[in-house]
Design a protein around this ligand. Structure first.
Ligand SMILES: O=C(O)/C=C/c1cccc(O)c1O
Ligand SMILES: [Fe+2]
Length: 312
């Protein structure tokens, strides 16, 4: 088995609320580097760790993580809609392998995903149906959240199970780093919002457009500095990237949910996808980070990072 990893921040505001041209050019160069890395690695299977933003997972049942044997994207914020090219046999094998290793994985035979999954597949592969993929939802938004050590355990178990597949496997992380977008919170929500977060009734096109416009406006406010949201935290983000680069994954076990939210904002928990992906790569052997890009981009409500890594 050969393994590699890519971490890529997502933002639904890309292309809708863009920063200055020089920032865009630097991001474009980093993304082009990641694309070349992926092309060169030529994965036979992508294990994609990503969060959801109340499009697929709701409080009626909210697992800490869940692996899909089939998945379709809703197409929020203009992302691609439709079925993902899930490798169902590989997904079943990984699910069994993770459960055999004592991690209580939930499985979905019809997962609904949003831009968190669609965007990295579109950016790196040109579409959500171009490469065999095993989607793994990692809750990074809906509290309560469990200890980060369990995410590391999930990533390790997936990596060990993937090693048995004897294929070129790319572990791909979508999300984070520090950011505090206006994703709704159940605690204290008015009854109508609480009901939507619990039941997950699909929004009408008008409701979806209104919700998306709210996020676009929040990005404008964030960029203008006139907001109550927790600012992007480059020091915290770079500490995370340092630990990933140095293979110090056990360091994350002492990171607390409250501390992460305080330092990185309500959606900083999306870094769980990164921790899972790098734990998977580490489980296959020693690795080296081969590229690392970071920039705070308030217009996208994102501590925006792109990193690539492969086994030594
Ligand atoms: O409201 C949403 O669905 C998502 C918002 C958002 C904004 C910026 C960065 C992210 O990672 C997000 O999920
Ligand atoms: Fe997100």
């Amino acid at each position: 088995m050969t393994a590699a990893a890519v971490g890529l921040s997502h933002s639904p505001l890309i292309g809708k609320n863009d920063p200055e041209a020089d920032v865009l050019a630097r991001v474009g160069k980093a993304v082009d580097g990641a694309k070349a890395f992926v092309r060169d690695f030529d994965p036979e299977l992508v294990v994609l760790y990503a969060p959801d933003h109340y499009n697929g997972f709701f409080y009626k049942e909210m697992p800490p993580f869940c692996l899909a044997t089939e998945a379709h994207a809703v197409g929020d914020f203009g992302s691609q809609a439709g079925p993902l090219s899930v490798d169902t046999d590989a997904a079943r094998a990984l699910a069994q392998g993770v459960l055999d290793r004592g991690v209580d994985l939930t499985v979905s035979a019809r997962m609904t995903v949003d831009h968190g999954f669609a965007q990295p597949l579109e950016v790196l592969f040109g579409g959500i149906d171009r490469v065999p993929v095993v989607p793994v939802f990692v809750n990074g938004v809906a509290t309560p959240l469990g200890p980060v050590s369990r995410i590391r355990a999930l990533g390790t178990a997936v990596g060990e199970a993937a090693a048995a597949l004897d294929r070129r496997v790319l572990f791909l992380a979508s999300g984070g780093l520090s950011h505090d977008p206006p994703v709704p919170v159940l605690d204290g929500a008015p009854p109508r919002v609480a009901d939507a977060l619990i039941e997950g009734r699909p929004p009408t096109p008008e409701q979806r457009a209104k919700g998306e416009q709210r996020v676009v406006q929040a990005g404008r406010d964030y960029a203008a500095g006139s907001t109550a949201m927790i600012p992007v935290n480059p020091a915290w983000d770079n500490r995370l990237l340092d630990h990933l680069e140095n293979g110090e994954l056990a360091e994350f076990d002492s990171w607390t949910v409250a501390g992460m939210a305080r330092e990185g904002g309500g959606s900083a928990h999306e870094v769980r996808s990164w921790i899972a992906a790098f734990a998977s790569l580490a489980a296959t052997g020693p690795y080296a980070m081969t590229s690392r890009f970071y920039e705070p981009i308030p217009a996208w409500i994102a501590g925006f990072a792109v990193a690539t890594a492969r086994e030594r």
